[in-house]
Every structure is written in structure tokens, then in C-alpha cells.
Design a protein around this ligand. Structure first.
Ligand code: SF4
Length: 213
């Protein structure tokens, strides 16, 4: 008989059962970083921060594996820093909720709770989109006939936008992430999906799993 149980993300983050998948995720992130750096170097693009800081963008993250990994990093911070960041995360979540209720047409922009004085507190643990954002790219979404092309960020456009496109294909990263996520869900018995901002990943701590008895 299948029973639904809630498990703490912090507990999962230190579970030895997940070591293999965490290591695979780290390898994937290393691969992304290398490919991103090579593509950025090709253009001579170097992010030194800008007014449109991408940490102000409301990104949603869709994998439990990244959620668990981010919390693994968060749990290494001191309790004082964790409490401060959580407080900002709660404010962020409330501001987003209010903005969604107003259903304004302008995109929600607010600094990510992990950004302190322009630096990411959990740089080594940051999610995939934080690593890939900024340079022009392409993606072949599964089941769709066409490759989708994406632009660089405003800082890229203003400094390197005149260069011809240099191929940066996100597809292998998304595909590998999808495989790792499926393995995690199968291992833990997670049936649902996740869609969270970094703020929500820091505030919430429970994942629902199916337990077969
Ligand atoms: S996780 Fe780090 S890199 Fe990503 S938006 Fe937040 S502060 Fe920026």
C-alpha cells in the first residue's frame, strides 16, 4: 500500500543515499561552467555586475535535486546568517505574492535573498539558470520540432551584442538534469513537481514522497 509522507529537504541534503546523485549534479555544473566560460571568452564577455543584475530576476527552479543541493549549501552557513537570509526570503515571497495578486504586466524584480553586496552567498551551490544566464544560446526542447534561440542579457548586448552568434547549446545540460531528476524521484518516490524561487526553496522544507509498505 502506498502512503504519502513528508520528508525534510535538509535531512535529504545530508542523506548518504543521495551522495551519488549530488556528485553527478556537481559534475554537470562543472561542465556547464566550463562551456559557459569558453563561450563567454569567445565573445570577450565578462560579467562585472550591472544595473539589470540578473539576481533581480524572478527565476523559478524546477528540480528537487537542485532544491536539495541548494539547501545543502545553505545548511553550511552559520545560524545567524541563515536566520537573516530567511527573513529576507520571507519578505521576498510576500512581495511576490502581492505582485501576483495585483497581476501587473511589469515583470517582478527584487534582489534574490542570497545576494549580499553583489555576491552570491551560495555561489558554488547556485542553480542551473544562474549559471547559464547571460550569453546567447539555443535549446532543442524535447518533443518540439524547432530549436529555440535565446538572447544575451542587456549587459552582454551592450558590450558584445555586435558579434555573430557563437554556438552555446543548453540542450545537453537540460537533458542530463532531467535524467538525474528522474533518478532522484524514483529513488525517493517523489511523484509531484516543484516550481520554486530561491526564496521559496529557503523557506519551505518539506517534500512529499510515496512510501510503499
Ligand atoms: S542563487 Fe545566487 S546567483 Fe542565483 S539569483 Fe540568487 S544570488 Fe544570484
Amino acid at each position: 500500500m502506498a502512503m504519502i509522507r513528508e520528508v525534510s529537504v535538509s535531512e535529504l541534503a545530508c542523506s548518504p543515499r543521495l551522495n551519488f546523485l549530488i556528485r553527478e549534479l556537481e559534475l554537470l555544473y562543472e561542465q556547464m561552467d566550463r562551456k559557459y566560460e569558453a563561450a563567454a571568452a569567445h565573445y570577450g564577455f565578462c560579467c562585472t555586475g550591472c544595473a539589470q543584475n540578473c539576481c533581480l530576476t524572478r527565476f523559478y527552479h524546477h528540480t528537487f535535486l537542485e532544491y536539495i543541493f541548494l539547501r545543502k549549501g545553505f545548511d553550511l552557513l552559520s545560524e545567524t546568517v541563515q536566520a537573516d537570509v530567511r527573513q529576507v526570503a520571507v519578505q521576498y515571497a510576500e512581495s511576490l505574492r502581492q505582485a501576483q495578486n495585483r497581476s501587473q504586466q511589469v515583470p517582478f524584480r527584487m534582489m534574490c535573498p542570497l545576494n549580499q553586496q553583489g555576491l552570491c552567498l551560495l555561489y558554488a551551490f547556485r542553480p542551473m539558470i544562474c549559471r547559464l544566464h547571460g550569453i546567447p544560446h539555443e535549446l532543442a526542447p524535447p518533443g518540439r520540432p524547432k530549436v529555440v534561440f535565446g538572447q544575451g542579457c542587456p549587459a552582454f548586448d551592450s558590450t558584445c551584442g555586435h558579434h555573430p552568434y557563437h554556438r552555446f547549446d543548453r540542450t545537453p545540460f537540460y537533458s542530463r538534469m532531467s535524467v538525474l531528476e528522474s533518478e532522484l524521484k524514483e529513488l525517493l518516490g517523489i511523484a509531484g513537481k516543484t516550481k520554486k524561487t530561491v526564496a521559496h526553496m529557503l523557506i519551505h522544507d518539506m517534500v512529499r514522497i510515496n512510501e510503499i509498505s
